[in-house]
Design a protein around this ligand. Structure first.
Ligand code: ADP
Ligand code: MG
Length: 342
């Protein structure tokens, strides 16, 4: 938004391009960007490429903006197809990328189009993301404490492996903690586990970082049976772990309160449903209270921190889930590399 306003104020004719959902390369009316055009207060082009779209773009005056229709209505977007990228490039002279959340994908709008524009730049949001995440990637201050949660170990294995070499302490909660507890030989009842990741979890536990696992749990027979929720140290047969317990919160708070750098990705419990949101809220509050520089990434993690009313007190909220994880583990992001190319 700030980048768009800046460009318009400076008299640019701005063509905004984005994607929504996974329409699979064809027009899906429910995934039109019309509501986005309404929020931005700009007209919506009939499509993102083609003669009709070129005609409306041609009619733009300096300071005016238009939003292209969903890029993913064409299969060439995710395929980074040369013809599709070329059609997009016909519309514009300069390229600005402000979509950090897509920078880890080599798509037409993030790479192919950029390569075809001589003038390329980072938008203001993307620049802020890179500055904040570079701090953790390039020269983390120690103690560097990471809190990882969320649904699946498999989603986060690569980042966990990288962070065991970079961070001092990794506190693990959420559903993925149960695969780690299983690796340590503890009972997990009916909690979500990925049996094919137990070996990987065992390796991570033996890595150089100190890994903290939950000491107690909020359990219930199922997520729907919240009235039967109780706190246990060992998960009984037939019950599911749905949040970290109070002793775990106290234990995780210790390194958080003395951390210099903090990175958090993934809720620590089934936060969408009370009372299983308590662990996530408490850890959010601990992050806010810590003097350390704090960064949170991940769609659900941001939703949780906003629901807890704590968003203003975090140093940086990353808009990129997968992109922020890849960035802090030191991977090359194709959408960023192309901006740096001469
Ligand atoms: P992010 O979007 O922040 O990267 P993830 O998508 O990895 O986070 O994980 C978020 C999901 O994990 C949420 O839907 C949350 O309910 C779920 N989750 C966390 N802990 C548990 C748990 N103990 N049992 C079941 N689901 C959980
Ligand atoms: Mg998510």
């Amino acid at each position: 938004m700030a980048t768009l306003e800046h460009l318009r104020k400076e008299g640019a004719r701005v063509i905004v391009a984005s994607h929504l959902g996974r329409p699979g390369g064809e027009r899906v009316e429910g995934l039109s960007l019309r509501p986005v055009a309404e929020v931005l207060g700009v007209p919506l082009a009939p499509d993102c490429i083609g003669p009709d779209t070129e005609a409306v773009v041609e009619g733009l005056r300096p300071g005016e903006a238009i939003l292209l229709e969903n890029l993913r209505f064409h299969p060439g977007e995710t395929a980074n197809d040369a013809g599709f990228a070329g059609s997009l490039a016909r519309l514009a002279d300069c390229y600005v990328n402000d979509a950090f959340g897509t920078a880890h994908r080599a798509h037409a709008s993030t790479v192919g189009l950029a390569e075809r524009c001589n003038d390329r730049a980072a938008g203001l949001l993307l620049e802020r993301e890179v500055a904040a995440l570079s701090r953790l990637r390039d020269s983390p201050e120690h103690p560097y404490v990471c809190i990882l949660g969320g649904a699946k170990v498999s989603d986060k294995l690569a980042v966990l492996e990288a962070l065991t070499r970079r961070a001092d302490v990794i506190a693990i909660g959420g559903a993925m903690a149960y695969t780690f507890l299983l690796a340590r030989g503890e009972p997990v009842g009916r909690s979500l586990v990925e049996s094919d990741r137990v070996e990987a979890a065992r390796r991570l536990l033996d890595g150089p970082a100190e890994v903290l696992l939950p000491l107690d749990h909020v359990v219930a027979p199922s997520p729907e049976q919240a009235n039967d929720a109780k706190i246990v140290d060992r998960i009984p047969d037939g019950l599911m772990g749905l949040d970290i317990g109070p002793r775990t919160i106290d234990r995780f708070e210790v390194p958080i309160s003395s951390a210099a750098n903090l990175f958090w990705n993934g809720p620590l419990g089934l936060f969408e449903q009370a009372p299983f949101d308590r662990g996530t809220r408490a850890i959010g509050e601990a992050l806010c209270a810590s003097p350390g520089y704090s960064v949170i990434g991940g769609g659900d993690s941001l939703a949780a921190i906003r629901a807890a009313g704590l968003a203003d007190r975090i140093d940086h909220l990353s808009t990129g889930g997968g992109a922020s994880l890849e960035f802090i583990q030191g991977r090359d992001l194709p959408g960023l590399r192309v901006l740096e190319a001469p």
